[in-house]
Every structure is written in C-alpha cells, then in structure tokens.
Write a new protein. Structure first.
Length: 185
C-alpha cells in the first residue's frame, strides 16, 4: 500500500512559490549555472535583494527544488507500483523513473548530483520517494541496487555516454528482467 508524500515542514508564501517556480523554469531551461539570484531577479523583474524577503538564500531555493523533484519522482513511482502487476512492477517503476528524469534532466541533476542536505529536508521525504523501489523488490538491498542501476542508466543516458545506435530500451528491459529474476529467488 502506498502512502502520500510527507507534508513540507515549511509553508511558502505565494511570492516564495512564484520565486521557486521561476527558479525551476531557469534551471529546467538553462541548467544549474543559470540558477543565480541575479538572473532569478531579472526573470521576476525585481532586484536580487528582494528575493531574500521571501527565501533566505540560494540554498533554500535549491532545497525547495530538490524537494519538488523528490516529491514528483516519488508520486510517479508510487503510481507505477500501484498500477504494476506482480511481474511487471519493476519494469513499471524503471519506466516511470526514466521518463521523469529524462523529462527533467536539470532538476534531476540538482536532486542527485551532490550530497543531500538531509538535516534541512522535510522529514521522511527521501524515504518516501525511494519506497517504491522497496515495494517493487521486497528487499531494501535489492531496492538500493535497483535505484543504483536506474540512476546510473539515467546519468549515462543524459550524458550521452552510450554508443550511437544503442538500443537503450532493451538495456533498460534487460536490467528490469535481471532484477525481476533476482526478486523471484
């Protein structure tokens, strides 16, 4: 049984939500180097110091974006678990993960590219977002291995590290088959 995402520990004002949304647009369109307070202020038509009335700084903006990513990925993965059949749940989870990450590459990199600020995060969000891997495999160690496979595949795909002509759908399917077999043992 899947459960809803944990509620954010901090409520944002409508203006802070507008700032976070603008930050996400910049990040998604132009990558992490575009995510500066000066550029964000220009996007909003305000002076950079005005942002600090609503968010304490760039770290708070990045934390909000990271939590958005974990929430969205978690929702997609929980949905995949909810609708996946017993033998198709791992492929469904992997397909949902890949689809989200490829659709939001810069947000995904922000969320996974460095150490998580766990002490500042909404309690339980990370575990909830990763829970579908445990639900799909039935084992926390296999779940970590499955996430590691998915993350590695996504990063390599985003970085275009696979040779031209690679049939990545078949590679993803091979991984799904291997993990499904491992879970049956």
């Amino acid at each position: 049984m899947t459960r809803p995402a944990p509620a954010r520990q901090r409520a944002f004002t409508p203006r802070a939500i507008e700032i976070i949304s603008a930050g996400r647009r910049l990040l998604e369109a132009d990558g992490p180097t575009a995510l500066t307070m000066r550029r964000l202020a220009a996007e909003l038509g305000i002076q950079a110091p005005s942002i600090y009335k609503h968010l304490p700084g760039k770290d708070a903006l990045e934390l909000a974006l990271l939590e958005d990513a974990l929430t969205e990925i978690g929702q997609d993965l929980h949905e995949a678990v909810r609708h996946g059949t017993a033998h198709r749940v791992i492929p469904a989870v992997l397909a949902a993960y890949r689809e989200y990450c490829l659709a939001h590459p810069n947000l995904y990199r922000l969320a996974t590219g460095s150490r998580l600020p766990r002490a500042a995060m909404t309690p339980g969000l990370e575990a909830w977002a990763g829970e579908p891997f445990v639900l799909a495999t039935g084992d926390p160690h296999l779940a970590q291995a499955l996430w590691s496979f998915a993350h590695g595949m996504v990063i390599l795909e985003l970085d275009r590290r696979y040779p031209d002509g690679s049939d990545l759908r078949r590679t993803w399917d091979a991984g799904a088959d291997a993990f499904t077999s491992a879970c049956r043992r």
